[in-house]
Write a protein that binds this ligand. Structure first.
Ligand SMILES: *[C@@H]1O[C@H](CO)[C@@H](O)[C@H](O)[C@H]1NC(C)=O
Ligand SMILES: *[C@@H]1O[C@H](CO)[C@@H](O)[C@H](O)[C@H]1NC(C)=O
Ligand SMILES: *[C@@H]1O[C@H](CO)[C@@H](O)[C@H](O)[C@H]1NC(C)=O
Length: 271
């Protein structure tokens, strides 16, 4: 009887461990998307934002990786958003990109950047005309300004300018080359005025992304493809669990987890 009792405790503890481990990894929900390109050092490029091997790369005025300590070009520092952290089309229904993320604490167990910095998410768009299209984005930044909904603010050159003049300083152009506040530039033609390194991502908005502003999407965490991590140099330490299938074994247990543990716990009462 004692042996059975101990085994039951062991089973319960195991299930709890599995559940706890998968909680931070298997995050999914519904989100709104917006656009940004403020040229600032991304939030996940600072130290100690999450369990990562190194923070997201940020770049100097000449678009070369800076050291991690450099302050943001948005307040007198020398680190800016690297030009290659822009979106690109793979085919008619699939694109890669980077995003400023905010996920509701109810989904992350109360964690903020620790939960998303450098994690990758698949966005399946749910609103027309993007319905049926998918993106995989890496969270390189944080979208703190709205905290009432899950949000992915896609990094799109010329997609949305803010009051900072960091883009003007980074590229030595007039800030209005990046368009007007909350909208960015007005037409695909205006992409030609942007610095050359940013033009493809700018045009992507008018082509693949169909110039959408606030499309909705279902999102879920996925393993990061090297296509994205090779640009940011940032990988999370919990990627290994995600890839090794700890979450898929959790899938098997997840739906029946509560019932199963209740049954096992109830069994314990009677031994
Ligand atoms: C532009 O950025 C601001 C600030 O994050 C946001 O409120 C607004 O919705 C964005 N506009 C678009 C078109 O994404
Ligand atoms: C588009 O690319 C993605 C990612 O490589 C792939 O999974 C998908 O099958 C492709 N779709 C088409 C229609 O080629
Ligand atoms: C993740 O959670 C979703 C929603 O709760 C569920 O449908 C899915 O099967 C889970 N996936 C994994 C890999 O655990």
């Amino acid at each position: 009887m004692t042996a059975l009792y101990l085994r039951n405790i062991f089973v319960v503890l195991n299930l709890f461990a599995l559940h706890a481990r998968s909680a931070g990894l298997n995050i999914s929900g519904e989100a709104v998307t917006t656009r940004f390109w403020d040229c600032c050092k991304p939030s996940c490029a600072w130290k100690e934002k999450g369990p990562v091997d190194r923070p997201v790369l940020s770049c100097s005025l000449d678009d070369k990786p800076t050291n991690i300590e450099a302050g943001t070009g948005c307040s007198g520092g020398s680190a800016y958003l690297c030009s290659n952290q822009q979106p690109w089309r793979v085919n008619d229904t699939f694109s890669y990109g980077f995003a400023g993320v905010y996920i509701l604490p109810s989904l992350t167990g109360g964690k903020i950047e620790e939960s998303w910095c450098c994690a990758c998410y698949q966005l399946d768009f749910t609103s027309d005309p993007l319905k049926g299209k998918t993106m995989i984005v890496q969270a390189s930044n944080t979208a703190y300004d709205i905290k009432t909904t899950n949000r992915f603010s896609l990094a799109v050159p010329g997609g949305n300018t803010t009051s900072h003049d960091a883009c003007a300083r980074q590229y030595g152009v007039d800030q209005n080359v990046f368009g007007t506040e909350n909208t960015g530039i007005q037409s695909k033609d205006d992409c030609k005025k942007l610095p050359e390194a940013l033009q493809d991502g700018c045009k992507w908005r008018f082509d693949w992304y169909e110039d959408e502003a606030f499309p909705t999407a279902n999102f879920k965490r996925v393993p990061c493809p090297t296509e994205l991590t090779s640009r940011t140099q940032c990988t999370r330490t919990d990627e290994k669990q995600l890839i090794s299938g700890d979450t898929s074994s959790a899938t098997t247990f997840s739906p029946s987890f509560s019932v199963l543990s209740l049954v096992v716990a109830a069994g314990m009462l009677f031994v």
